[in-house]
Design a binder for this molecule. Structure first.
Ligand SMILES: Cc1cc2nc3c(=O)[nH]c(=O)nc-3n(C[C@H](O)[C@H](O)[C@H](O)COP(=O)(O)OP(=O)(O)OC[C@H]3O[C@@H](n4cnc5c(N)ncnc54)[C@H](O)[C@@H]3O)c2cc1C
Length: 354
């Protein structure tokens, strides 16, 4: 049997793409290497209201809502942002499980297997896993920041990465997110504390290379604890890829670097791209066009039009902010505290537009 589409990676981007394709009548295979969907978790689970709206997220998967954030400069100066629209702290493994089960309910054939490689034939591709070989007309790589599908399709991913580590801490927490900046805290990124409630918070950071010493120091300084094992770890890859499509191939989510370069957030962008990808694939299957040019025009160009400007603004912001010295950052934060926070509080944090 030849599937219309084989989706590799059953986290949110892959499961959502598979779900939408099945709902549009396509015959879809979804391959995920982990039996327990969403685990191990690689995410803080902080999203704008777009995510719950887009997937109609059940209330039980919303852990907290935060309408304030404190941004700390290296000398401890902070400014506070109060947003009209709260940010949502979600159960991230729960989100992946929810979308995956929606995909299965829509008729997707979900299998546990490790994707190894694919081979093109005239009218289909062989998708080769550890447990079997499957045939499909199109392959979607939603296999994350170190995508094997991208590698096999010769789609060059950027070398820019952050490595993140996070733990779940107990303590006495106020109900705002904290972001801590500075070369001693988390060079070229930031450390965060995101409360689940008054007593539990997700605490972590990311850096371009090994985050462990910074992670331990941050826990010591902020929580007076240093021996909390990370329960979340992962790579964030960012920057615009020249191509996220090839003949019979599309990349979605982290595999396509659809990630905010400033915050490392990829949930909303992955879900937006899943919609565009599923539309393009349905069109391609119906018109018998599964080639590079077709997917370039109907997917790659389209997602870049929608979220590319946000990614470019995020790149600019990080390039400016993360090249500042600690004293320059202290001055910037003091100025923002006095004048800038009103502008920032009206910002759309997904698309970095007003
Ligand atoms: C520490 C950290 C904190 C983060 N916090 C946030 C946040 O607060 N908000 C936010 O929006 N984003 C956050 N992100 C980013 C977010 O986690 C990603 O953008 C998101 O997970 C992307 O989803 P995805 O489905 O594209 O890829 P992934 O979640 O990486 O899923 C890829 C899936 O593919 C599977 N897979 C991989 N290789 C294979 C293979 N060969 N065969 C079969 N299956 C395979 C994996 O098991 C996995 O299930 C964070 C990232 C990190 C590292």
């Amino acid at each position: 049997m030849i599937y219309d589409v084989a989706v590799i990676g059953g986290a949110l981007s892959g499961s959502r793409t598979a779900q939408l394709l099945a709902e549009k009548g396509k015959n879809v295979l979804l391959i995920e290497e982990h039996f327990d969907i969403g685990v191990p978790c690689k995410c803080t689970g902080l999203v704008s209201q777009r995510t719950p709206e887009m997937v109609k997220l059940p209330k039980k998967l919303i852990v907290n809502k935060l309408d304030k954030g404190r941004f700390f400069s290296p000398d401890g100066t902070f400014f506070e942002l109060k947003s009209k629209n709260p940010a949502f702290v979600i159960d991230r493994p729960g989100l992946d499980k929810f979308i995956h089960s929606n995909a299965v309910d829509a008729g997707v054939d979900a299998k546990t297997d490790h994707f190894k490689t694919f081979k093109r034939h005239n009218s289909y591709v062989d998708v080769i896993g550890s447990r079997g070989t499957y045939q499909a007309k199109v392959i979607v790589g939603s296999d994350g920041a170190n995508s094997l599908v991208a590698q096999d399709a010769n789609l060059k991913m950027p070398d820019n990465i952050y490595v993140g580590m996070q733990t779940t801490a107990r303590g006495d927490f106020e109900q705002y997110a904290e972001l801590w900046f500075g070369k001693e805290v988390a060079p070229k990124f930031f450390a965060w504390l995101v409360p689940e409630n008054d007593e539990v918070a997700r605490v972590g950071l990311a850096t371009p290379t090994s985050p462990k010493p910074y992670y331990e120091r941050f826990l010591r300084n902020r929580l007076k604890q240093h021996d909390l094992k990370p329960d979340v770890a992962g790579v964030i890859r960012f920057g615009i890829m020249k191509d996220t499509v090839a003949d019979n191939v599309l990349l979605v989510g982290d595999a396509a670097c659809q990630v905010k370069p400033f915050s490392g957030g990829g949930i909303t962008y992955g879900l937006i791209a899943a919609e565009i990808a599923s539309d393009a694939i349905v069109k391609g299957l119906n018109q018998g066009r599964l080639d590079y040019e077709f997917f370039k025009k109907h997917y790659d160009d389209m997602w870049k039009e929608k979220i590319g400007p946000g990614i470019n603004r995020g790149m600019l912001l990080r390039n400016i902010l993360f090249t500042l010295s600690d004293p320059q950052m202290n001055t910037l934060f003091k100025t923002t505290k006095l004048f800038g926070h009103k502008i920032l509080s009206t910002l759309d944090f997904d698309l970095l537009s007003g």
